[in-house]
Design a protein around this ligand. Structure first.
Ligand SMILES: *Cc1c(COP(=O)(O)O)cnc(C)c1O
Length: 360
């Protein structure tokens, strides 16, 4: 019999496969045309997400990227609009500049701190041109990201979000939260999702990250926001027909996988503190708040992160290189505590092996 080797896929929380219960729900999903507004399970999912986030309405969209793009386009529907966002935010770094190239919205970046926040006084100083003077675009929107992916899944505390929310109200602006992993933030902070996003005008939530659904995101906001969002979704080609099949999997994901996020966070801490004990690996376990870990090699190590990643792939352990000097590992519900222990022991063996061969 052929040995099936073990695979531990830590590249992202997007790599999960639909579970048996998801596939069962997908198989029997009652469907209809969602562009016409009749798919019953899509409507059920949207109602559920609106409830969980404390907003009036919700809309299923094909991806988080499209969810953010639609949200920005709806809030900045006047030509010459500007959005203030973090210089290390997913919207700015990883979404092909769509708000500018497709939306004609001008991005005004402000420095992201290591914890994913942006200093409130810097945000306030960046707001410009409420009176529509000749030279400047007009700020209409502020975007936050929770959890903040590129800073290693850091949670923005509710007090901070409330303060940014107050600032947006004071200046007549809107607040959008890229909440791709808002459920991770909620679980880690012990604050309900609806409370976390209370001051936001819109939120984009990924179903296919930690929640483990195969496809989709949901955006939430007021009824009038969602009515406009529906038209933009159609314009972008994101209106789809019998999506009940996808939404059925998402409903199972919410029910069965949200409670497992705490275990993902626990496993991430376990992995980070294990890595921290391995010679040559640089990781700060205290910086791990949710399910994302970034690690580097110590400056004096002769072994590069790239070599480590390649060598671990040969043992079936997959991570994602992020630039030349760091790599990312993301925990999800299909990684067990035993997978974490296995990963740590492979790490140890791999590093000893490379060192014995003279490093690189
Ligand atoms: C993944 C992600 C997105 C985009 O989601 P896709 O479904 O991959 O388009 C947006 N924001 C953050 C913070 C993400 O992690």
């Amino acid at each position: 019999m052929k040995m099936v080797s073990r695979k531990v896929d830590l590249r992202s929380d997007t790599v999960t496969k639909p579970t048996d219960s998801m596939r069962a729900a997908m198989a029997i999903a009652e469907v209809d045309d969602d562009v016409l507004g009749y798919d019953p399970i899509a409507l059920q999912l949207e109602e559920e997400m609106a409830k969980l986030t404390g907003k009036e309405a919700a809309l299923f969209v094909p991806s988080g990227t499209m969810g953010n793009l639609i949200s920005v386009l709806v809030h900045c529907d006047i030509r010459g609009s500007e959005v203030i966002l973090g210089d290390n935010s997913h919207i700015h770094i990883l979404e092909n500049g769509g708000i500018a190239t497709i939306g004609g919205v001008h991005p005004r970046t402000v420095k992201n701190n290591d914890d994913g926040t942006i200093d409130i006084d810097l945000i306030e100083a960046a707001i410009r041109n409420p009176k529509g003077e000749l030279f400047f675009p007009t700020t209409r929107l502020i975007c936050l990201e929770n959890t903040h992916a590129n800073s290693g899944g850091k949670c923005l505390p509710v007090e901070y979000i409330d303060e940014v929310g107050e600032l947006t109200k004071k200046h007549g602006l809107k607040l959008h939260i890229d909440g791709a992993r808002i459920f991770n933030a909620s679980i880690a902070l012990g604050v309900s999702v609806d409370r976390l996003v209370q001051t936001a005008d819109s939120v984009s939530v990924c179903l296919s990250k930690g929640l483990g659904a195969p496809v989709g995101s949901v955006i939430v906001g007021s009824k009038s926001f969602i009515a406009k969002a529906k038209r933009v979704r159609k314009t972008l080609g994101g209106g789809m027909r019998q999506i009940g099949i996808l939404c059925a999997a998402a409903l199972i994901a919410i029910k069965e996988n949200v409670p497992k996020l705490a275990t993902d966070h626990h496993n991430a801490k376990l992995l980070a503190s294990g890595l921290n004990q391995i010679n040559g690996v640089k990781v700060d376990p205290k910086s791990v708040e949710t399910n994302i870990i970034f690690f580097e090699m110590e400056e004096d190590s002769k072994i590069s992160v790239e070599t480590v990643c390649k060598s671990l792939e040969e043992r079936g352990i997959f991570m994602m290189l992020d630039g030349k000097t760091r790599a990312r590992m993301v925990l999800h519900h299909q990684i067990s505590t035993s997978d974490v222990e296995y990963t740590l022991s492979c790490f140890q063996q791999t590093l000893s092996g490379i060192a014995a061969a003279g490093g690189n």
